[in-house]
Design a protein. Structure first.
Lengths: 146, 344
């Protein structure tokens, strides 16, 4: 086994050269979001749209001036999560989450500001929908708080 | 008259048999597969394509056709550790290649903004195979023709110059029109439901709820009509359901291959699919791609799908496609910024 891992490590440069994606998500996030506009948002969930081609999580996040701003956070297709027993009831309204991502190229913020959910966690760092308590997701045993 | 098997006939069967073995096709124990009342294999149910096997064998693996059980376990463990929700989601061949490269982190094909977390996509299954492609025997696609490559370059040029002038510049998938047939992408709504009776078989593709209703009565293909999912006719050859599809619309394309060596096929695509049960919970889907204008030779890939207890979920794509508005509005704002406008 160790020999195989060593063999794999030796292949890294070659694999990185030849590995081009065969397929991808519904659309490239960079077509919709601005790589020069990173955001970190913290706020409570106000609505969950469990829809295709992408789920949208709405949060009310405070900006630096103490004002509350509505944001729509784009996630992935909900179908895979639904097969794991996770549905739109699994993240309840009022739950506080932290989002790291990039704001949309369109910054008019109508009907709400938009960002991609590059990284979505609870305030203590646990991932959403990853067996964390409070999400209704099945436990994977990794969270000692469950 | 009693049929006789001459030595020549027996040799022919033997050669065909060797060819099937060479194509990595597996056949079931006929006594264990479920059957319909008319005696045909019962293919009905929901089938999942979550295999991690890449379309083409990575060049780093040379001529290595299969992995040992220990190597499979090692790759699966690497993938499970890497794709634990922390990284960008990985699609298609990215999973296998990332595990093979023993990556410590994974950055998607979209590095400017990253992608969403990997927990949004399916867990992928590793097995002993190193490529879906079984013909050519090296596990790699035949070279694309100059015409096939030119289509790839033309598409890339158009996307560079007109990324989002209009919704018509975006892909059929961005526009929620179709992901096309065959849909080979594993782990991202790669689910299919099959319903059959003696006269027809229906294949419902979750991505994007495409349904092919295929007659099995020997009627000819359509004449002069093209469709996004082509025009499929089927027949049984023993316990194998064979589907032939042609008359694809020039508005849809099937792309395969890497980088500048990729090919794009349109209306000249002839697709042959062979569905056969390996056991009651494993469906083998062998597909042969034939388009001499795109690839220098026909090629065949074999996908093995697992029975799913979960239903097909609706993929109401257009209704929820806020992204299209976002993409177009974003590009208008960028144009206005370059031109000094207000961005309205």
């Amino acid at each position: 086994m160790i020999a195989f891992r060593t063999f794999l490590k030796s292949l890294v440069p070659l694999i990185l050269i030849i590995s081009a994606p065969f397929a991808g998500a519904h659309h490239a996030f960079s077509a919709e979001f601005d790589g020069d506009a990173p955001v970190e948002l913290r706020g409570k969930v106000t609505r969950l749209q469990w829809i295709n081609p992408h789920a949208w999580i709405h949060i009310a996040a405070e900006n630096g001036d103490g004002e509350t701003v509505e944001w729509m956070i784009e996630g992935g297709t909900p179908n895979a999560l639904m097969r794991s027993g996770i549905n739109r009831k699994s993240l309840t309204v009022g739950t506080e989450i932290v989002v790291q991502g990039y704001q949309s190229r369109d910054k008019r913020c109508r009907p709400a500001c938009k960002a991609n959910g590059r990284d979505m966690t609870f305030p203590d760092g646990r991932k959403l929908f990853m067996g964390s308590s409070g999400t209704g997701a099945p436990s994977d045993g990794a969270d000692p708080n469950e | 008259m009693k049929k006789r098997f001459t030595p020549a006939t027996i040799m022919t069967f033997f050669v065909i048999g060797l060819g099937l073995v060479g194509l990595n096709l597996i056949h079931a124990d006929e006594s264990v597969i479920p059957r319909t009342p008319d005696g045909k294999p019962d293919l009905q149910g929901v089938w999942a394509n979550n295999s991690a096997t890449p379309l083409e064998r990575p060049e780093a693996l040379g001529d290595k056709e299969s992995l040992s059980d220990e190597e499979v376990a090692s790759l699966q463990q690497t993938a499970d550790t890497l794709f634990n929700g922390e990284t960008d989601a990985a699609f298609g061949d990215e999973i296998f290649n990332a595990a093979l490269a023993a990556e410590d982190d994974h950055e998607s094909y979209d590095p400017d903004t990253g992608n969403y977390n990997h927990f949004w996509v399916e867990k992928r299954d590793f097995d002993n195979r190193t490529s879906l492609v079984v013909d050519p025997a090296n596990g790699r696609l035949p070279e694309a023709t100059e015409e096939g490559k030119a289509r790839v370059m033309a598409r890339a040029k158009h996307v560079r110059e007109h990324p989002a002038d209009s919704y018509t510049d975006r892909s059929n998938s961005d526009r929620c029109i179709s992901y096309g047939v065959p849909f080979l992408q594993a782990g991202y709504n790669g689910y299919f439901q099959i319903v059959q009776n003696p006269d027809h078989v229906v294949i419902l593709q979750e991505m994007i709820h495409e349904a092919r209703i295929v007659p099995l009565d020997g009627r000819p293909h359509l004449d002069g009509i093209s469709q996004y999912t082509g025009d499929t006719r089927g027949r049984w050859e023993g316990d194998t359901l064979v589907l032939e599809t042609k008359n694809f619309s020039p508005k849809i394309h099937f792309r395969a291959g890497r980088g500048e060596g990729a090919g794009i096929s349109h209306e000249n695509l002839n697709l042959t699919e062979r569905y056969s049960l390996i056991d009651s919970d494993t469906l083998q889907w062998a597909l042969t791609i034939s388009d001499p204008t795109t690839w220098s030779a026909d090629w065949t890939a074999v996908v093995r799908m697992k029975r799913s207890a979960e239903p097909i979920f609706e993929y109401a794509c257009h209704e929820g496609n806020y992204s299209m508005e976002g993409i177009l509005a974003g590009h208008r704002e960028q144009e206005a910024a370059v031109g000094g406008g207000a961005g309205e």
